[in-house]
Design a protein around this ligand. Structure first.
Ligand code: NI
Ligand code: MN
Length: 223
């Protein structure tokens, strides 16, 4: 069974024994939720939703030391290639196959952190399971299409408000996406994004038929 580990903030590892490891938005060094360093992250693919520092993090360093490929939107892919990294450019609505399955770039309403670029989310098909990682985004109605066209085993959603969806919008996102399970992130890193993940869990379980697990930083969830 695949395992998702929450490093903290918006950084997750997706892995299964003997298979490829994917790291999402590897903000490690200045991430107050983790004592790990970039050297501790072993990954075959590095998925980056946008180039804000709390998502790009140590992506280049990790990609280089692991000979890993960075999967991100085209302009950011060009930028990291210019820094000597291997990258695969995707763009919104586009999908590509990888050894573990496929990755589709989804809409995200947010800044890209790079001139002329775009932020995105991802749906990752990993050995048959569909995982949606929303990136940083506000709520949008087309999340319904994501859930209808790619039935989700797991959705990872930001709940911290201010820069992204807050708790109530994220609960509505769960209703749109209809994942089997949801795990919240992007909260309690800084005062601007203080939020109670237990309040999110309670509301998800009251208002939707999805399960919700609050995964503490450093811990894992198998699905
Ligand atoms: Ni951001
Ligand atoms: Mn962010």
């Amino acid at each position: 069974m695949p395992k998702i580990t929450f490093i903290g903030h918006a950084c997750f590892l997706l892995e299964e024994e003997g298979k490829e490891t994917l790291v999402f938005d590897p903000f490690i060094k200045d991430n107050p939720h983790t004592e790990l360093s970039a050297d501790d992250i072993k990954a075959d693919f590095v998925l980056v939703t946008h180039a804000h520092f709390d998502h790009m993090g140590e992506a280049c360093e990790i990609a280089k030391s692991n000979d890993a490929t960075i999967i991100t939107t085209a302009e950011i892919a060009g930028d990291v290639e210019g820094k000597g990294c291997k990258a695969h450019p995707l763009h919104i609505g586009g999908k590509n196959s990888f050894p573990f399955g496929w990755v589709k770039a989804t809409l995200a309403f947010h800044g890209s952190g790079i001139a002329g670029g775009h932020a995105c989310g991802f749906v990752v098909n990993y050995y048959g399971k569909n995982i949606y990682f929303a990136g940083d985004t506000g709520l949008f109605g087309d999340m319904k299409i994501i859930g209808e066209t790619m039935p989700l085993d797991l959705a990872l959603l930001p709940i911290g408000d201010n820069f992204t969806m807050g708790i109530d919008d994220a609960v509505m996102a769960v209703d749109f996406l209809k994942p089997k399970h949801v795990v919240p992130y992007h909260y309690n890193t800084w005062p601007y994004i203080e939020a109670d993940p237990q309040e999110f869990k309670k509301k998800v379980e009251e208002k939707t038929s999805s399960g919700c697990t609050v995964v503490p930083a450093g811990e894992s969830f198998t699905f």
